[in-house]
Each structure stands twice: as C-alpha cells, then as structure tokens.
Design a protein around this ligand. Structure first.
Ligand code: BES
Ligand code: ZN
Ligand code: ZN
Length: 499
C-alpha cells in the first residue's frame, strides 16, 4: 500500500472512493465546503435517509457527480480524541474494504482547537488503513497462495494548508506500526507444525537481519541453555521433539540513555497441550496462539527500531512447546530455576510462568532496568475481563503509570489487578521455594500466576500483561500489545534522563 499527499480539493482527485470525516451535526456545512451545491444537497438527503448524523462508527456510502463517497462519523467536535478518531477511521476504512475498492482518497479533517493534531491524524490514517487492509494467511489451494494480496493499493490524503512533511512522516510511522502488528498476527495464526521454536527464532533472526544492524539477535540453544541454568525452559521443552530456544534481541540506539534498558519478555509457547496435565480438546484447540506475547514483543522491537525511538530495548522470548512424551516433565518434579529458586511442578499446564521466570531472570542478569512481560498466561484473566482487555500487574507504581499512559495512547485496554500479600500464599510449596500453580480451589488464577512471576522480578520494576483474553480472536491473531509496547518506548524516550 502506498501513501501519498495531494494538496487539492478532495473531490477533484481521481479515486475509487473518497472518505470524508464528518463531525456530529455538521454535515450541511461540511458538504457545502467540499462539494458542488447540487452534490451537497443530495448528499445531505442521502445521509439523512441513512440516519447518518456523524456519530463515531456511522458511515454513509453514496455517489456524488465525481464518484463514490463514504462519509464517516467523527463524533463530537469538541471532544475529539485520538481514540475517537481511531474508531471513526476504522469504520471508514472498513466500509472501503467492504466495497472492495483499491484507490482511496481521505480528506484531511478539520482539527478542533484542542484535540487531535496533524501528526496524530497522519499516524492514525497510516495505521488504521494498514490494520484494516490485513488479510490472514491461509493454506487454501484454490486461492493460490498463503498470503492473499491486500486490497488497498493507494491511499491519498487530500491535505489542507500546513506542513506536508509532518503529515508524510506521520503516515509512514503509522504504516510501520500497522506492518508490525500485522506481522505479529501472521506469526500467531501460522500453524504450530510450522511455527515451532526454531521457526520462531528464524523469524526473529529475519527481523534483525532486515534492521540494517539496528537490532542484534542472539539465539541460545542446547548446551548454552544448560550453562545458563534455564531449567524452567528446559523442563517445559523436555516433552517435545522440538528444541527450545531462548531468543534475545537487542536494540541499543546511540542516542539512548545508557542507564535505562527496557526488557520486553514475551511468552513464546508455540503449542500448549498442557503436558501430562493435559488440556481437554476445547481448551487445546487454539493453543498455537500461546506465543502471542512473544510475537507482540518481536513485532514491537521491529517497529521501535524502525521508528528509531531513542531507548534501549531488549526482547526475550523463551520459545518451546509444551508436549508429552516419555521424557516430559511431570507434576511433583522440583526445578532449579535460573534465578536459584526451586519450584515444585504442581501442574504441567502452568508452563508459561516457568519459561517466563527464566527469561525474566536472564533479562535482569543482562542489564534490564525495567521489565514488561506479555503473556497468554491464564484462563482466569479471560473469565475476569473477557476479550476486551488485558490484565495488568506490577510491583512498581511508576512503571505501571508509564504502561498505563502508553495503553491510553494505543487504545489497547489494560485493567490493573492487585497483588495483595495474601495471594502469595497460594504459591507456597512444602518441598520447594514455590509451586507453579496456585490451585483451582484458591481461585484468582491470574493473580496467583502474576505473584509467581513477581518472585522472579524481585525489586526490578516490572509489569506483567496477561493477554490470554485478547491475543487471539475469531480464529485470528490480534497483534495485541504491539502498539502499547511501541507507545511505551516513546513514553520512555520522553522521560527525563536518569543521569
Ligand atoms: N496457555 C494457557 C492459558 C490460556 C488459556 C491462554 C486460554 C489462552 C486461552 C496457560 O498455559 C494455562 O494453561 N494456564 C492454566 C494454569 C493453571 C493450570 C494453573 C490455566 O489458566 O488454566
Ligand atoms: Zn498451559
Ligand atoms: Zn500456555
């Protein structure tokens, strides 16, 4: 998809469709300013017949004398927010997709006094167009290919007065983010026979290789993992024919504060059968998506480096699947984790936290000053929040506040749960320092899982995002988290230097 800017009356630019944003109850003036009077009259009548008043989410599809026009509601002009504009544009581009058009003109909106600016508008157009245009890869022989062509060929922004360089850069930024989110979506839907730990590592390597040296990728395998005492990861991997890999990606831009390293740790279980504590069929059906957290962190560092955001970022993905064979780990085994803590295996299906614990420890040993992990960790968080948002957990209010700011900017919802001391009891073991499940009887499985991770984060500022409810929807990967992590890097870059 190409993005162009043209300084012209939108209706005069040739295209398959013209997208026009309309604030609530301003259709008349908007139509008069953009279209010839006869067109404007018909347009208002048509919109009225469609019961289109300019609310966010509303669209009115019509024809003017110059071609097809889609009006999309921008909502209240006085309260225009980034989120509002995102939802509005999404409705507009979805209508364009439904109409199967490929050349689109979007007329630049009028910016209210306080609210969205040009940069935000450009970023959102680039991002939303790219996200809506996503086509899921498939393996249908009759469609002749794994990745269907996307629909949108060209998006032209008809600009008003102002600095087009700003708009151009913003469009490119938005597009970069959409491409990264779409990469995460592809990684998640790829079947587990293909997207095994080795393949996930190859994808990470590919991203690093394409980064013009900005991202360095190191893959820890075999004896390396043994030397590292990555025994949580190794135990989970024992039951699989697939070799585990600890994937480490580093982006250390020259202009970043050297005293800050943001570590992004992504759960990367490429298939979770549950192990000997096996999942029932329904629960196992979509467990190829159990690497959605890893995919999000990988896609995020790709975007962060492409956007040259000046903050040191390290991504860690402990990749393995959780299977069953005669070597598989069993309930009651005691693991000596990388951190030195011992863990009694209470349930082999609580594998994610074992892999994450080693990845978190590795991050701490390798300079992480702040850790954010993203993981499809518990069914409990799905029970609590459904599929609308992620669960957030933290040992540090200041870091959580940054994540919260990032989430408000990205529009990805996070609800913070408490880590009250009493919950830690659930992970107590008679035979080891901890056990890996709080047990069904205790309840609050999302919180006891987070408490387990907290023991490994220790005093390092840490946020855990449980995305089990949001990482996968309608048989597709969502790329949830990529946008929030990119915004988080931006928020970090805006922070005053620590030295
Ligand atoms: N990968 C699952 C969590 C999950 C469930 C992700 C549904 C996406 C959708 C995780 O490894 C798991 O099995 N968690 C168990 C933990 C329990 C055994 C302590 C759970 O939540 O039931
Ligand atoms: Zn599991
Ligand atoms: Zn899992």
């Amino acid at each position: 998809m190409k993005f162009l800017i043209q300084r012209a009356q939108p209706a005069t630019i040739a295209a398959d469709v013209l997208l026009v944003g309309v604030y609530e109850n301003t259709l008349q003036t908007g139509a008069n300013s953009l279209f010839a009077s006869a067109d404007a009259v018909r347009m208002v009548a048509h919109a009225n017949a469609d019961r289109f008043t300019g609310k966010v989410g509303q669209v009115s599809s019509q024809f003017s004398s110059t071609g097809r026009v889609v009006l999309f509601g921008l909502g209240d002009r006085n309260s225009l927010s980034g989120e509002q504009l995102r939802d509005a544009l999404e409705a507009g581009f979805k209508e364009a997709k439904r109409l199967k058009v490929s050349n689109i003109v979007v007329s630049e909106i009028e910016y209210p006094q306080s609210g969205v600016d040009r940069t935000q508008f450009g970023r959102l157009v680039g991002e939303v167009a790219g996200l809506v245009d996503y086509t899921m890869l498939n393996y249908k022989t009759e469609k002749g290919g794994h990745k269907p062509e996307s629909r949108f060929a060209q998006v032209v922004v008809a600009s008003v007065d102002g600095d087009d360089a700003v708009l151009k850069a913003a469009l490119a930024e938005g597009r970069t983010i959409a491409q990264s989110v779409n990469t995460a979506r592809d990684l998640v839907v790829t079947p587990p026979d293909i997207m095994n730990p080795t393949q996930l590592a190859a994808e990470a390597k590919k991203i690093a290789d394409a980064s013009a040296g900005r991202i360095v990728c190191v893959l820890h395998t075999g004896d390396d993992l043994k030397k590292l005492n990555a025994n949580g990861l190794l135990a989970v991997a024992q039951g699989s024919a697939q070799e585990p890999v600890l994937i480490e990606l580093t982006y250390y831009p020259a202009d970043a504060d050297p005293n800050v390293t943001l570590a992004l740790v992504g759960k990367s279980v490429t298939f979770d059968s549950g192990g000997y504590d096996m999942k029932p069929a329904d629960g196992m059906r979509w467990m190829k998506s159990d690497m959605a957290g890893g995919a999000a962190t990988l896609a995020a560092i790709n975007a962060i480096a492409a956007l040259r955001i000046p903050v040191r970022v390290k991504v860690l993905m402990a990749a393995t699947d959780n299977m069953v064979n005669e070597k598989a780990y069993r309930p009651s085994e005691v693991l000596h984790m990388m951190s030195g803590l011992t863990v009694e295996v209470d349930n082999t299906d609580a594998e994610g936290r074992l892999t994450l614990a080693d990845a978190i420890e590795y991050a701490k040993l390798n300079g992480a000053t702040h850790i954010v992990d993203v993981a499809t960790l518990t069914g409990a968080v799905r029970v609590a929040l459904g599929t609308l948002g992620a669960g957030g957990f933290s040992n540090d209010d200041a870091l959580f506040a940054l994540v919260d700011t990032a989430s408000k900017r990205s529009g990805e919802l996070i609800h913070r749960f408490p880590l009250w001391a009493g919950y830690a009891k659930a992970n107590e073991s008679k035979i080891a320092d901890l056990k890996n499940s709080g047990g069904a009887a205790f309840g609050a499985g999302h919180i006891t899982a987070a408490w387990f991770l907290r023991k490994f984060a220790g005093d390092t500022p840490w946020v855990h995002l449980d995305i089990a409810g949001v990482g996968f929807k309608d048989e597709e990967g969502t790329g949830w988290g990529v946008r929030t992590l990119v915004e988080l890097a931006r928020v970090f870059a805006e922070q005053p230097r620590q030295s």
